[in-house]
Write a protein that binds this ligand. Structure first.
Ligand SMILES: Cc1cc2nc3c(=O)[nH]c(=O)nc-3n(C[C@H](O)[C@H](O)[C@H](O)COP(=O)(O)OP(=O)(O)OC[C@H]3O[C@@H](n4cnc5c(N)ncnc54)[C@H](O)[C@@H]3O)c2cc1C
Length: 815
């Protein structure tokens, strides 16, 4: 084939809506020498049969950003690329059957408005006026989103493809990629049935085949893609005269309806209905040996399975009785890939250089536009406009075996519209990674949560406490856990607490040149040998990439400790920044960590150890504890006198028992969250994210602009310092009602939204609800009165002094 491209800047594998959107957005950013490969015809995967709904609703800021951008793009795309298509902005109504659902809607509405989406809360009567065929007697209320709608997925994909081609990109159809080879210089050869293409970057956008394509990257550091495939059905009814009449009279479509508590969408399709249930008794496919994934499933569907969705269809007919007047014309039953949390994977491929991914989309039509933008930013700029950790492929690590993916995919699908309450832990596929003292933690009443696959106690129940999942169905602070968290915090404040923290990510960075390379990476200074510093890494814009504890063991030997969930994210950062002479070794799994903290922690540890417990804050030492080798670091995320005790897994049970026997009280992650927020300690990917610069985050004391090394972000931070920051990090004392402020609650000043919370919790030592957040710089003065919108309730909030609310001078830490 003479015009077959043999060279490209980027090769995208997969011609669904997402691959085409990525190709278009790369071209819009000026990269117009890219190639997209499609094994069949464009849209042959999941895209061709999608229902085409394009919501903006989400309780995730990042997902809402991506979906909002899609709607904005789709509104102008036909003109932008000169390709007419059917995009109906009909608006949508989301029905609430409970007070908790109303609170969820209030939160989404407030976030939506902050993003410029004019959502509204409606009474059932208002909904009935707009949707006369609706039964409303049992509804609490309705969320109306005027920007919701539906699009023809095939036309959308073709429009993106046309736009890309017009800007110089190449699309090769009926050309399966068959393998990849990475060259020594990091560039790639993508092998296809029609020949090889050499490229700088490669993208896996292969939809439900992404796992198969992902296997090719294993020799270059890749992993099995965490995904599975669900069967999703929607049914199309025959035409309904009343709908036709309504449409004629009102000049448009009925709003899209989602009865989220029953779990379906219902929208007008021509003059009939399209009903799509997410049934609890759902069906995964290609999960067992007797149901293998076919070599090719292009443009295919499964047979109908109406029994599975019968209950929901019946319910929908009661909600909109008009539905019952028409017959079922057609059923579409097609594959949707699911990641374990139902969100796509967009961004750098973990462990593999110059490779990216954008696949496993459950709502790829709604998210495709935004996903293309995000992926193009990753590839061209190395960072994204909005923090996209929610969809970053590195959020999963090695615990996502196929059993995990299958169980989680089924759980997410069956609870597609479920509310995600703050004290609720989803039960499927648990216990993938266990601490060496897991059994003991459970015996003590530990109510477990999963953190990067590791089981940690969230709180410790006492006999008689209600530990049911139902008890967690609240947005509020109150629940069986509240009394226990308070007791745990008080034990840490007055005596000594112990928290088992498996999966604390640890990297040994050693070898000639390690210190200099780290100085060129972090924004601040390195600790002296024997000491520990908190260090930050910025991106080129001076925004916060990550935070680590840097423990200096010797001149050229460091232990970098970071959040459990940051394991692969931070590993990739360290690996890419170190020269060949420096080794980066992930030693996360060989050791477990205890946090032993509280005013009596010194006495307790000294009684068990040969260590020096008079050594100062931010020092470390090797010592025995209960006769076992341990590594002790004098820090406390809880903000009290305390030590982290790191020890080999096999030694930890003895140490844990000894610490407990000496009187330490077990405490959990909920208490730790409360304790850290009282100290103003930031949490990664809440308070610390690429949505904020280090200067905005109030982290200037961790930046050394006068050091000679040109660390990432240095120039940007310098420029921002001269210019002045637009927003500032603040601690707020909130007159909260039943709930503390969740992430991304809007902060108001009068009628204006002036910022957002990044986390919130009750502080039991200070006896107040606390929120950390970002506000307009001129409103960051201590004493400024603001309001925080917590699930629709406007709560008075006062900016606190720029010091921790608990122990502002760190006297207890240094004791
Ligand atoms: C019944 C149903 C209804 C849905 N309704 C909606 C909805 O209303 N709204 C919504 O947002 N989403 C909906 N979805 C989901 C949506 O269809 C998907 O999320 C979306 O189509 C995914 O797009 P994609 O580009 O990631 O994957 P795909 O469309 O699957 O594209 C991947 C492409 O990669 C190609 N490919 C694979 N391997 C290779 C290879 N080796 N070489 C070259 N090419 C390769 C495939 O042929 C395929 O064309 C629905 C899905 C189903 C099943």
């Amino acid at each position: 084939m003479s015009d077959f491209p043999t060279k490209a800047k980027v090769v995208i594998i997969g011609g669904g809506v997402v691959g085409c959107s990525a190709l278009y957005h790369l071209a819009k950013k000026g990269w117009s020498d890219c190639v997209l490969l499609e094994k069949n015809e464009l849209t042959a995967g999941s895209t061709w049969h999608a229902a085409g709904n394009v919501p903006t609703f989400s309780t995730s800021w990042a997902i809402m950003n991506m979906q909002r951008y899609s709607t904005e793009l789709y509104s102008r795309l036909a003109d932008e690329v000169d390709y007419p298509m059917n995009y109906h902005v009909s608006g949508s109504i989301r029905l609430a059957h409970s007070n908790e659902r109303m609170q969820e809607f209030e939160r989404a509405m407030s976030m939506g408005r902050y993003q410029g989406i004019p959502m509204e809360m409606w009474t059932p009567e208002q909904a009935k006026a707009r949707y006369p065929f609706l039964e409303t007697h049992d509804l609490e209320g309705v969320l109306y989103d005027p920007t919701d709608g539906d699009i023809d997925p095939a036309q959308l994909t073709q429009a993106l493809a046309k736009g890309a081609r017009d800007l110089g990109q190449k699309i090769v159809r009926f050309c399966p990629a068959t393998d990849v080879t990475q060259k020594d210089d990091g560039s790639w050869i993508v092998h296809t049935e029609k020949g090889d293409i050499t490229c700088d970057y490669v993208v896996n956008a292969a939809g439900y085949y992404a796992q198969r394509v992902g296997e090719w990257f294993k020799p270059y550091g890749g992993r099995t893609v965490p995904a599975m495939v669900m069967s999703h059905q929607y049914l199309l009814t025959d035409e309904v005269p009343e709908i036709e009449a309504w449409s004629k009279e009102n000049g448009g479509k009925l709003p899209l309806l989602r009865d989220v508590d029953v779990s379906y969408y219902l929208r007008q399709e021509k003059n009939g209905f399209n009903l799509g249930p997410y049934e609890p008794n759902c069906r995964g496919h290609w999960m067992t040996e007797d149901d293998p994934m076919p070599e090719d499933f292009s443009f295919q569907l499964w047979n109908d399975d109406l029994d599975r969705i019968e209950d929901i269809v019946t319910d929908a007919m009661e909600r909109v009785p008009l539905m019952a007047t028409s017959g079922v014309g057609r059923v579409i039953n097609g594959p949707i890939p699911y990641a374990p949390d139902g969100l796509p994977l967009i961004g750098p491929m973990p462990g593999v250089s110059n490779a990216f991914e954008a696949h496993t989309f459950t709502f790829g039509i709604a998210q495709g536009g935004g996903a293309g933008k995000v992926l193009a930013e990753w590839i061209v700029d190395g960072h994204t406009e909005w923090d996209m950790w929610a969809v970053d492929p590195r959020r999963y690590t090695d615990y996502t075996d196929q059993d995990y993916c299958n169980q989680k995919g089924m759980e997410v699908y069956g609870n597609e519209y479920a509310m995600h309450f703050p004290h609720h832990e989803w039960p499927a596929a648990r216990e993938k990674k266990l601490s060496p003292v897991h059994a003991k933690v459970k015996e003590l009443g530990g109510q477990m949560g999963a953190y990067n696959g590791w089981e940690r106690a969230n709180w410790f129940a006492k006999p008689g406490d209600d530990t049911s999942l139902e008890a967690t169905h609240t947005w509020g602070r109150s629940g069986p856990w509240e009394k226990r968290i308070k007791e745990e915090c008080e034990a840490v404040r007055d005596h000594c607490g112990v928290l088992d923290l498996p999966g604390f990510s640890r990297f040994m960075v050693t070898g000639e040149g390690a210190a200099e390379a780290l100085r060129g990476l972090i924004t601040g200074g390195l600790p002296k040998v024997g000491r520990i510093n908190l260090v930050y890494i910025a991106d080129d814009r001076g925004r916060i990439l990550t935070e680590m504890s840097c423990v200096r063991l010797a001149d050229e030997a460091f232990m970098m400790i970071t959040a459990a969930t940051a394991q692969w994210h931070d590993r990739d950062i360290l690996l890419s920044a170190m020269p060949a002479s420096v080794s980066v070794e992930d030693v996360t799994t060989t050791r477990d960590t205890l946090i032993v903290t509280g005013p009596k922690s010194r006495d307790i540890l000294a009684g068990l150890s040969d260590g020096d417990f008079e050594s100062g804050w931010l020092t470390h030492q090797s010592a025995t504890v209960a006769g076992r080798e341990a590594f002790l670091i004098r820090v406390s995320f809880a903000g009290e006198l305390g030590w982290e005790v790191h020890a080999l897994n096999e030694d930890m049970p003895v140490i844990y028992e000894a610490v407990l026997e000496a009187g330490a009280v077990p405490f959990g992650m909920y208490a730790l969250n409360s304790l850290r927020i009282e100290k103003g300690y930031r949490a990664w990917k809440g308070d610390l994210s690429t949505d904020y610069s280090l200067l905005e985050g109030g982290l200037e004391r961790f930046v050394k602009l006068d050091k000679p090394q040109a660390f990432p972000g240095k120039a940007a931070i310098l420029a921002e310092k001269q210019r002045g920051v637009a927003k500032r990090f603040v601690t707020l004392k909130v007159d909260a009602g039943e709930a503390d402020a969740p992430y991304m609650s809007c902060i108001r000043h009068g009628d204006a939204v002036v910022g957002e919370t990044t986390s919130g919790a009750w502080g039991y030592r200070v006896g107040a609800s606390i929120a950390l957040g970002m506000v307009r710089a001129d409103l960051a003065e201590p004493g400024t009165e603001l309001q925080v919108d917590i699930y629709g309730e406007l709560c008075r909030a006062v900016v606190q002094a720029d010091a921790p609310m608990w122990d502002p001078d760190n006297e207890r830490l240094r004791a």
